[in-house]
Design a protein around this ligand. Sequence first.
Ligand SMILES: [Zn+2]
Length: 43
Amino acid sequence: MPYTCANCGKKIKDFAGFVRCPYCGSKIFTKSRPNITREVSTD
Ligand SMILES: [Zn+2]
């Protein structure tokens, strides 16, 4: 399931063991799904 960074909008498909945006460092992502956009935060 690809994710989209909520901060910079980049799509991240491979998290490779870390959970933050490799482009901007954001930890807020949205799941790339039709119709439903859900924010996911990593507690
Ligand atoms: Zn980002």
